[in-house]
Design a protein around this ligand. Structure first.
Ligand code: M7G
Length: 328
């Protein structure tokens, strides 16, 4: 598993930064407590204004609100139950009977607090686009021709897409550097492989890593041509090797893909565990890297010329542009 002390250090930096943002009067030393020195109450001032979406099945809730007068989106997610915690759950929890019938009984089980974790992802200051991204909305499938890309999508993403500053911070080692699992520093073929922030690295079941290219001028799948084959092959091969080495997970257990449309227009590749149904891994958005490579081998301009399909949410500005152009 990943380096625990490095993860603690990263947690520490993140929580400290959040503490500063919330402009708490108390000093960090007063605020922080706990064995690892990385506990904080930085969310105590959060004022929630709306639940953007929630899922009982996925045990998640997306909340919009204010954190020290700034717009914030917070994702709360109950973490998976780990096999290595089972013994302690059974021995150290208290049980309250809810119902019993014949051989069936249900309980509310109160596990020790450290086994009762909720993962919190904080976006602050959050933009209107972040709020929309997490709001539950109906989706529509769009068919984008090469011409649509030039006349509708490209002008839209040049004006409207999310900042990729967080990506540059990773590439420049200004953030998350201790989380990097592997790096090939080559300016054209190189990339950084690190855990996606959706993965807390506490269990393998939802393994999620991301490879981010050092090249900064490839926005998405649409920009790829056969000249990028060495880069893509390098990511596939070295990414698989690094994951095998660190997590003993072979290529046959991984789903390696690109999103079209992505949220962030700087080329990156998703590596998830095959059994894990990661958000965005469905056929209308995920393109297997191995297929992308083969398509470019057969036709150097495959992604420049093909119609590409993708889902857009009802409130997505890009959908309005397609509607205005009479393409939906
Ligand atoms: P995407 O295909 O552009 O969009 O993937 P999506 O978010 O709609 O899937 C970007 C990926 O980067 C996602 O899997 C995010 O969870 C991940 N991600 C986003 N941010 C802001 C960060 C970050 O700051 N650090 C890390 N490690 N991952 C991030």
């Amino acid at each position: 598993m990943a380096d625990v002390s490095a993860k603690r250090q990263q947690d520490l930096e993140a929580t400290n930064e959040l503490s500063q943002r919330t402009k708490k009067a108390k000093s960090d030393s007063e605020n922080d407590r706990g064995e690892n020195g990385n506990e904080t109450n930085a969310l105590s001032g959060f004022q929630s204004t709306a639940v953007l979406s929630d899922s009982a099945r996925e045990k998640t809730i997306y909340v919009h609100g204010k954190l020290a007068d700034q717009n914030a989106v917070i994702i709360l997610e109950k973490t998976p139950i780990r096999e290595d915690a089972l013994a302690e759950i059974f021995t150290a929890s208290t049980l309250k009977l809810q119902m019993r019938n014949d051989i069936y009984s249900t309980y509310s089980l109160h596990a020790p607090p450290h086994l009762n974790e909720i993962k919190a992802t904080v976006m602050c200051p959050a933009t209107e686009k972040h709020v929309k991204k997490y709001q539950r909305k109906e989706s529509f499938l769009v068919e984008e021709t090469a011409e649509d890309y030039k006349s509708i999508t490209l002008p839209y993403i040049q004006k409207q897409s999310f900042s990729v500053q967080w990506v540059y911070n990773i590439l420049d080692k200004k953030a998350e550097s201790e989380r990097i699992l592997f790096e090939d520093p080559h300016p054209k073929l190189g990339f950084v492989l690190l855990p996606d922030f959706k993965w807390d690295q506490k269990q393998m079941d939802d393994l999620y890593l991301m490879a981010i290219t050092h090249q900064r001028d490839i926005k998405s799948l649409r920009d790829l041509t056969s000249q990028h084959l060495p880069l893509l092959e390098n990511i596939l091969q070295k990414g698989q090797e690094a994951i095998l080495k660190h997590y003993s997970l072979p290529a046959s257990k991984m789903r390696i893909y690109l999103h079209y449309q992505p949220s962030y227009y700087h080329l990156h590749v998703h590596f998830t565990k095959l059994d894990f149904e990661a958000p965005g891994c469905r056929v209308e958005r995920a393109h297997l890297l191995a297929d992308v490579i083969q398509n470019l081998q057969s036709d150097p301009n495959y992604y420049k010329t093909r119609n590409l399909f993708f889902p857009l949410r009802a409130d997505d500005g890009l959908l309005s542009q397609f509607k205005e152009a009479g393409r939906l």
